[in-house]
Design a binder for this molecule. Structure first.
Ligand code: GAP
Length: 526
């Protein structure tokens, strides 16, 4: 099959449109104009997201991997409240330090994350238009510039000094600079506003925590925060888990759930949003074994994403540079990211999907100091009491979903639906479409029974008897359904049905009773 899919922004445009049309993702509160950084998951999206979440929970908690010494790992789950005692976030360092540098435009008042300004400028329409104007008139750029400043400029970049006062801006331009250097002079030494070209303020730190108030009184005492990560619940419950379950060192605690960050510039669809879901593991171990476990989880997590089809050139594992390390990983030195080549990853080529950090004993020590409750561990075999060290694989569920969507999007003009989603069968929101070839002669009844059987014993299925078989295939291809099963005239004679495979379009004939075991095996349930 040929995949003639577009790339970059064109691919994102197509994907966003398919996701809306087929009910994967909607803008939150769309009928009110939407709210920036918040998204809703539609009927297909919620199935896909739950399947990704369940695949993670399955390899972490239900059937954890075998460790480097051949023993199955012990990992338990947790589900903590979204709002916790505010001191949790003082202990973790979020109240004091969870901030991004932010700049405000003096002209249009928009806010930008300082480290995003350059990238946003690259995409700004006014910047592209101005660049074209400068490049198109190599002989007399000043004439062209004045035309731009008085023509397109006021609409595209009303805050740019060149537009606000063309005469003064032109007078200050050097005479013999052309092309790209001239363009740079025009932008000035401090990058201008990506929205309107206006002057940006100095960068100020902006805390990303969402604040709220608990109870009837709204004052400093009642202030609380929506959690910005799921991790801290697993640290402040460390003693509860050790005391209430039979875990022994080394062991892990897992959590999947929502996190909230008041991102200055939420962007790239669901990649960076203000409300999102994370899947985090805190792996507790003896300090002397931390490096071994860090290496183990690094490999294991990369393999997991690979196993879901994000393989080959689109996935990589990258170690952090020393200046990138988070505060909790500064001393231990181990931090890496599983990265995916998202269509908007630009020059860097890849963006973070999951971070794997060696957090040392930072969090347990901080919570011990702040709460006064000792969060340590006594290992009987070693007759030793110690504060465990932690390895944390922290993945984005919603960001992972976006990677899965990007990877699955395929274009094949030879099909009834030129767009199809090639999801891994395990993740596909609908596992099988079941069709009677015609809506008569008892075929719908046979198909409906098979559909109900698949729904009960395999997973989500869809019964469809409307329109031509080609149109029904097309609907299933767009939804990413890996198998379509057609009940036809021969079924009544020989008890067989046609199975059509999404990725190849190939069809084979199977006995109707063999369908459920066949699907269970293909989907990885057996
Ligand atoms: N406990 C560590 C922690 O939260 P992080 O790198 O800030 O680490 C982990 O977040 C993962 O959560 C990221 O790799 C990313 O997949 C996801 N994530 C973080 N911020 C996000 C946002 N604003 N929108 C969507 N996903 C986000």
């Amino acid at each position: 099959m040929t995949n003639m899919r577009p790339t970059g922004a064109a691919l994102m445009e197509k994907l966003v449109s398919l996701c809306k049309r087929r009910g994967f993702i909607f803008q939150s509160s769309e009928i009110y104009g939407g709210i920036n950084g918040f998204w809703d998951y539609g009927p297909l999206g919620v199935e896909l997201k739950n399947n990704l979440r369940d695949a993670w929970w399955d390899v972490m908690v239900r059937n954890p991997p075998v460790g480097p010494d051949g023993q199955e790992l012990q990992i338990v789950g947790l589900d903590c409240s979204l709002i916790s005692h505010p001191r949790v976030w003082e202990a973790s360092g979020h109240v004091g330090g969870f901030s991004d540098p932010m700049q405000t435009c003096r002209h249009c008042k928009k806010l930008f994350r300082a480290d995003h300004v350059e990238e946003l400028l690259e995409e700004a329409e006014w910047r592209k238009s101005l660049f074209d104007a400068v490049m198109e008139a190599p002989a007399d750029p000043k004439k062209e510039l004045r035309r731009w400043a008085e023509g397109k400029g006021p609409k595209l970049a009303p805050g740019l000094p060149l537009v606000q006062n063309p005469a003064a801006a032109m007078a200050s331009l050097p005479t013999n600079v052309h092309g790209v250097p001239l363009f740079r002079v025009l932008l000035g030494p401090i990058l201008p506003c990506p929205n309107c070209g206006g002057e940006l303020t100095e960068a100020r730190q902006f805390n990303l925590m969402f604040e709220t108030f608990v109870g009837a009184v709204r004052d400093e005492e009642s202030k609380a925060y929506l959690r910005p990560e799921t991790a801290q619940g697993m640290f402040y419950n460390f003693k509860n888990v050790v005391d209430s379950s039979r875990v022994k060192m080394p062991f892990g605690i897992c959590q999947v759930g929502r996190s909230f960050r008041n991102e200055v510039t939420p962007r790239n669809y669901i990649f960076r949003s203000r409300e999102f879901e994370q899947m985090e593991l805190e792996w507790f171990c003896h300090p002397s074994e931390a490096t071994k476990w860090y290496d183990f989880w690094r490999t294991e997590r990369f393999r997991w994403w690979e196993s879901l089809g994000l393989a080959g050139e689109s996935l990589r594992l990258r170690d952090h540079e020393t200046d990138e390390l988070a505060h909790y990983a500064k001393d231990s030195g181990g931090c890496c990211d599983v990265e995916y080549a998202f269509p908007f990853s630009g020059e860097k080529g890849f963006s973070e999907l999951e971070g794997i950090a060696y957090r040392s004993d930072y969090d347990l020590t901080q919570h011990t100091k702040m709460s006064g409750v000792k969060l340590d561990y006594f290992e009987q075999e070693k007759n030793e009491r110690y504060v465990p060290h932690v390895i944390e694989p922290a993945a984005g569920l919603t960001r992972g979903l976006l990677a899965v969507l990007c990877e699955a999007y395929t274009v094949d003009p030879s099909r009834p639906s030129p767009e199809l989603m090639r999801f891994h069968p395990r993740l596909a929101p609908i596992k099988a479409g079941v069709f009677p070839l015609v809506a008569k002669d008892g075929l719908p009844e046979i198909a409906e029974n098979l559909y109900k059987d698949i729904r009960r014993r395999v997973g989500a299925a869809q019964f469809d008897e409307k329109q031509s078989i080609g149109k029904r295939y097309a609907r299933m291809d767009e939804a990413g359904t890996p198998f379509c099963i057609t009940v036809d005239g021969n079924t009544k004679e020989d008890q067989t049905v046609t199975v059509r495979h999404r990725d190849t379009g190939e069809q084979s004939r199977l006995e109707i009773d063999a369908i459920v075991p066949y699907l269970r095996q293909k989907i990885g349930l057996e």
